[in-house]
Design a protein around this ligand. Structure first.
Ligand SMILES: *Cc1c(COP(=O)(O)O)cnc(C)c1O
Length: 433
């Protein structure tokens, strides 16, 4: 597969280059030159395939010659080794649970796939690569865990001391091996500033091969297509394809869904479920795309004021607004509505949703009120225990922590405390390996 930059000022590259570079030299996002077609025969036989077989078939054309098939099969097996159950809540609403991975986040899939691809590419050369990430808590865990134990890759993760939840801190600090947690005596913004300074430090970059595990990387974006195929496999009534409601922040996940639909996966409609950060709902109403400053909400993994992947969605539809608006709707859900939704899902369906999933559920309900007779799926993108401080007071009940995560509490915390100064970070990066 060939990838081109959406800014069209950089050379075309293969999957390997696109993965290593992340973003094109002209700052554009990489996009596949052609979109593979899924055959009807394959769709008709989908019930007989394992999830590993489905994932391998879907990703193969995007990887092309960059990774031998045997290796790619192993990478895919290590990526989708957990379950993706479709849970029925009512006659017409289902939850696709994407939180059964090692860090209880749907980002586990993208992080695991990208880390193993990068590990394979680094194995072909003698130099080691250092992945540098700043995290406010949630996404860093998926990245750290995804890269854990991958040869040729060191991970350095900066998090604000005392400002992440206990579960999040266990996930960041108990790994060890090639993952180093730097506990920064400052805020998330301090962490992010430090990382930005490192990436623009030419002297450092001559000495250390640095990369980011950014969500715009094609190796993180493309494997998210798997979720939609796994849901379709579990969908009983193939004569009436599902509506998908996707809790959206940077729009990588929903963009992957629209991509696999272009390849031929039957989908009735897509709903981008947003919180108060309503740039896309506004765009679909006014045709005017106006980035804003992000506002803080209860579904904080979606607090994005300028979704980086939206440009890929526009490209997929050749910037034709009418075509896009036929398949995509979008709603903005307030925090008050999110709280009421968590309560209602619990009372009516005896199901505990996290704030992101609840936004997806309510957006789906709103669309179904305007389109009666449809059946739909909302993507449950995080385990509710990760947001227990929000969810437990609403449902008046404790949420139990899944065993593999609970076991982390007995592991030794390994972190290096860092004062928020760039000199300290640089010295660390030059000496730690
Ligand atoms: C990252 C994240 C999202 C948003 O996904 P995008 O691909 O950025 O749109 C939604 N829910 C949770 C829990 C997340 O961590």
């Amino acid at each position: 597969m060939i990838y081109y930059s959406l800014n069209k000022l950089a050379p075309q590259v293969d999957f390997k280059e696109a993965t290593i570079q992340g973003q094109a030299p002209d700052k554009g996002l990489y996009f596949p030159l052609s979109i593979p077609v899924i055959s009807n025969k394959w769709l008709n036989e989908i019930d007989s395939f394992s999830k590993e077989e489905i994932a391998f078939e879907l990703i193969k054309p995007y990887v092309g010659q960059s990774i031998p098939h045997r290796t790619l099969k192993r990478i895919v097996e290590e990526t989708v080794f957990f379950d993706f159950p479709l849970v029925k809540l009512s006659n017409n609403i289902f939850s696709l649970e994407l939180f059964h991975g090692p860090t209880l986040a749907f980002k586990d899939v993208g992080a695991r796939f990208m880390s193993r691809c990068l590990g394979y590419f680094m194995g072909q050369q003698s130099q080691k690569v250092t992945v540098l990430v700043a995290t406010s808590g949630d996404t860093g865990g998926a990245v750290a865990n995804g890269f854990y134990g991958v040869d040729g890759v060191d991970v350095v993760i900066l998090y604000p001391s005392g400002k992440v939840s206990s579960v999040q801190e266990w996930q960041l600090t108990t790994l060890g091996k090639n993952v180093t947690a730097l506990e920064v005596k400052g805020s998330f913004d301090d962490c992010q500033d430090l990382v930005k300074q490192a990436f623009s430090d030419q002297d450092l970059k001559k000495k250390v091969l640095l990369t980011s595990a950014n969500s715009i990387n094609v190796a993180r974006w493309l494997p998210q297509q798997f979720y939609y195929a796994f849901a379709y496999q579990q969908w009983d009534d193939k004569s009436q394809p599902p509506v998908f409601s996707v809790p959206s922040g940077n729009f990588g996940n929903i963009c992957a869904g629209l991509l696999i639909h272009h390849s031929g996966l039957p989908v009735r409609h897509f709903i981008a479920a947003c919180n108060a950060n309503d740039i896309v709902p506004d765009f679909l109403r006014t045709r005017d795309y106006k980035p804003k400053k992000a506002v803080a909400t209860l579904s904080n993994a979606m607090d994005v004021g300028n979704p980086s992947n939206f440009i890929r969605i526009l490209e997929l539809f050749s910037h034709r607004f009418t075509d896009l608006s036929h398949i995509l709707s979008s709603y903005s859900i307030s925090d008050a509505e999110t709280i009421a939704a968590i309560a209602e899902i619990f009372q009516k369906n005896n199901y505990v949703a996290d704030p992101h999933g609840a936004v997806g559920w309510l957006a789906l309900k709103k669309w179904m009120e305007e389109n009666p007779g449809e059946k739909g799926i909302f993507l449950e993108t995080a385990h509710p225990v990760k947001f227990y401080d929000i969810v437990e007071p609403i449902i008046h009940q404790k949420i139990s922590i899944p065993a593999p995560v609970n076991e982390l509490r007995n592991k030794k915390k390994l972190s290096i405390v860092l004062e928020p100064s760039y000199e300290n970070l640089k010295e660390f990066l030059l000496t730690f390996t």
